[in-house]
Every structure is written in structure tokens, then in C-alpha cells.
Design a protein around this ligand. Structure first.
Ligand SMILES: Cc1cc2nc3c(=O)[nH]c(=O)nc-3n(C[C@H](O)[C@H](O)[C@H](O)COP(=O)(O)O)c2cc1C
Length: 196
């Protein structure tokens, strides 16, 4: 076991950018795992973004199942599967709700087309629906510029505390590398190389 001051999330940013530079259009997509109210682990794909300190955050709708689950159990895991470079990063930690200011900025960063669609589906995301026609009709009735204002249904979370980060890289003609980081109380990290 090794003690290091190097923050592991700097490597996450680097790996996302390397994947993007290889032509992958959605390298910031990752799978979020939460614990269902019935005790069943649940996963789903999300677009994620990195906070200034490198911690991942994501946006979602309050009516979604994951939000109910997060309110009950704040612990979650997030896995990036980098298909082009055959690498993965898994983060385990505790989720914290994003503040209003961060949500306002996040909302404006999405393109107009996505925001107009979100205004329609965000408030009831996850509810059963017969067909998408009703949503399309609602979308077509939106007034110009309606997307400028963030709706209450646009919320988000970030990894506040991080308990474990695992980097796994498959190598050509050699063993895969698996490195596990855990935070210590003094701001440093322990780093363990594990048999792949
Ligand atoms: C490429 C892609 C990106 C997605 N991005 C998001 C996202 O950023 N936020 C989100 O809430 N759901 C996103 N989804 C939908 C989720 O995978 C999921 O279906 C939805 O959030 C409902 O999940 P839940 O019922 O577990 O809450 C995305 C799906 C795909 C395929």
C-alpha cells in the first residue's frame, strides 16, 4: 500500500479527454448504481460532468426512480466504461444535491433543443404514457424562448464524499492494471495495486 497526495480524479478527467480525442462522442456517459427501496441494486446510464474539484455531477428529474432512491440511501457508485481505450473508472461515494446557482449554470449549458424537450418531459419523467404524441404536441406549443428559464424539474447531484476510486486498464501483451484509491483523513490517499 502506498500513500499519495496525487488526487485520483485528475486521472478521470484525463481519461475522459483521451477517449474524446479518440473520436468517442459521449465519453462522459457513465452508469450510476443506487440501492432500490426494495433492496435491489439499480443502474442506469447518465451524462456526467466534472466539478472544479474533479468530482462527477449529473442532472436529472425529481420524479425519476433514482431520485427517490438517492433520498433514501445517499451512497452510490458510478462507472465509466471507456470502450475505445479499454479502461474503466469506478467511483463510490455519497451524493449531495446541487445548489440553485450550479443548476442555473448547468441548465444554460445544454443546447436549446434539449432544453425545450426537457421542459416537456422533465416534470413527469418516468411516468407511464400511451405514446409520445402528447409530449410532441406540448413541445410544439411552447412559446419562443421558453427554454431560457430553468424548470424546477431540472435538479442534480454530485459526489460529495468519495470513499473509493478504482482505475482499470486493459493492456496489450501485458497484464491489466487495477489501482484502487481510498481517501485518508489528512487529504492524502492510499493507493493499492491489485491483481487484475
Ligand atoms: C445516452 C444516455 C444519456 C442519458 N442521460 C441521462 C441524464 O443525464 N440524466 C438522467 O436522468 N437520465 C439520463 N438518461 C436516461 C437514464 O438512463 C434513465 O433511463 C432515466 O434517468 C430513468 O432512470 P431511473 O428510473 O433509474 O431514475 C440517459 C440515457 C442515455 C441512453
Amino acid at each position: 500500500m502506498q500513500r499519495t497526495l496525487e488526487h485520483p480524479l485528475a486521472r478521470l478527467r484525463q481519461w475522459i479527454e483521451e477517449e474524446r480525442s479518440e473520436g468517442v462522442s459521449f465519453p462522459h456517459g457513465a452508469v450510476l448504481g443506487t440501492l432500490g427501496l426494495d433492496g435491489v441494486p439499480r443502474t442506469r446510464m447518465l451524462g456526467t460532468y466534472l466539478c472544479e474539484d474533479g468530482a462527477p455531477k449529473f442532472y436529472t428529474s425529481p420524479s425519476s426512480t433514482k431520485v427517490t432512491e438517492i433520498h433514501k440511501h445517499r451512497q452510490a457508485s458510478l462507472t465509466f466504461g471507456f470502450q475505445r481505450s479499454l479502461r474503466s473508472v469506478t467511483i463510490e461515494g455519497t451524493l449531495t444535491a446541487l445548489g440553485t446557482q450550479e443548476l442555473e449554470v448547468g441548465w444554460q449549458e445544454f443546447d436549446e433543443d434539449f432544453r425545450r424537450h426537457y421542459l416537456v418531459f422533465g416534470p413527469t419523467s418516468g411516468s407511464p404514457i400511451e405514446s409520445l404524441e402528447r409530449l410532441r404536441a406540448e413541445r410544439d406549443l411552447l412559446s419562443p424562448g421558453a427554454e431560457a428559464k430553468r424548470p424546477e424539474s431540472f435538479i442534480g447531484f454530485r459526489f460529495g464524499e468519495i470513499h473509493r476510486v478504482i482505475f482499470y486498464a486493459v493492456m496489450a501483451h501485458d497484464f491489466a492494471e487495477c489501482e484502487e484509491y481510498r481517501p485518508k483523513n489528512d487529504g492524502s490517499w492510499t493507493k493499492v495495486l491489485r491483481v487484475p
